[in-house]
Write a protein that binds this ligand. Sequence first.
Ligand code: FAD
Length: 370
Amino acid sequence: MTSPADLVVIGGGLIGSALAWGAARAGADCLLLDEGDIAHRASRGNFGLVWLQGKGIDHPDYMHWSIRAGRRWPELARILGEETGIDVGWRGGGLHFCCSEAEREQRRALIARTRAAGGDIRIELLDRDALRQLVPGIGPEVAGASLSNLDGEVSPLFTLRALQQGFRAHGGRLLVNFTASRIGHDPRRGFVVQDAARREVLGRRLVIAAGLGANDLARQIGLEPRLMPERGQIVVTDRVAPFLHHPASAIRQTREGTVLLGSTHEDAGFSTGTDVDAISRLCRIGTRLFPALRNARLVRAWGALRIMSPDGLPIYDEASDFPGGFLVTCHSGVTLASLHALELGPALAQGHLGPAPQSLRSNRVGLHPA
Ligand SMILES: Cc1cc2nc3c(=O)[nH]c(=O)nc-3n(C[C@H](O)[C@H](O)[C@H](O)COP(=O)(O)OP(=O)(O)OC[C@H]3O[C@@H](n4cnc5c(N)ncnc54)[C@H](O)[C@@H]3O)c2cc1C
């Protein structure tokens, strides 16, 4: 490739694809690189929630950023549907079930803290009777739930497909089986990205959105995100008659009828395996919430790796020694996809981080623990 693209994005997961879609839709000549993995990457193995309740409770900028993402999700779903014909399955009205009065009180405190931090989101606390009106099949231990209209769910796989299809429809170029290994920069050609076979692509601007592959790449432009894997296991049942018309934080019924239970939070290195203990724990939670699930058949379980920064917050940064070289990573890439697509992608194509909060740069206090 001889002439540089306006923007090269490394990583075709949910983050890179959302950014690339937004950049291409804004008119940029954008090239999206992906190593074309067969592993369970986060974008293909996640739970599919657009989740805001409690998010960023100790970091108001992140809270507001997430809430803004929740607000913009219906718009993204609509645009992707119009552009590609793919219904990504956005559905709002997220429930967090409480299995005791003590848990309900904790929820009440969380709602109060969200309000105190100026969180522009309405979260209602439901008692058991009110919850039963919405979701009749709950088990005897369920004491209530918190409900927010902005929390929702989507199909992560349809979302990924729609973003990539829309990206190509906007003139974006997707290059798969390209594992970026070296990043250089020269004033004439801009960023030069090479793979192990020394094939190279050029970009005036560059975004590293390579999930757990970002550490090595970011270091080459002077950034040190120190991302770590965190395994989540999820189980899925066979199709059952519709009983849950709301997304919920530990359980969701897909529109096809299957029920997802999850997900665990484990330090398992880079293993994407599953284990019987975790699977039975998830099943116990499911049957406690909905006893009728005892009759459902478990058909599959999988593990996938979250991408965690040391303090758990997203990183939106530009390399100070390589202006135009950016890093974007977060552990809630489904939730934030609407902002990545509608706001951040177009901004990056213009060479800046747009509305991404300053406090989420990588030089923040606490990012690098002693
Ligand atoms: C079990 C589980 C449940 C989750 N549930 C939710 C949820 O309910 N809601 C939510 O918002 N988030 C959830 N997440 C998190 C969400 O899935 C991630 O935040 C999101 O998928 C991250 O996307 P990504 O593009 O950064 O990473 P990835 O999906 O890992 O994609 C990175 C991409 O970069 C490519 N790549 C890597 N290195 C290179 C290289 N050198 N050259 C070229 N390409 C490269 C890879 O092939 C890959 O396609 C969950 C995650 C897990 C694991």
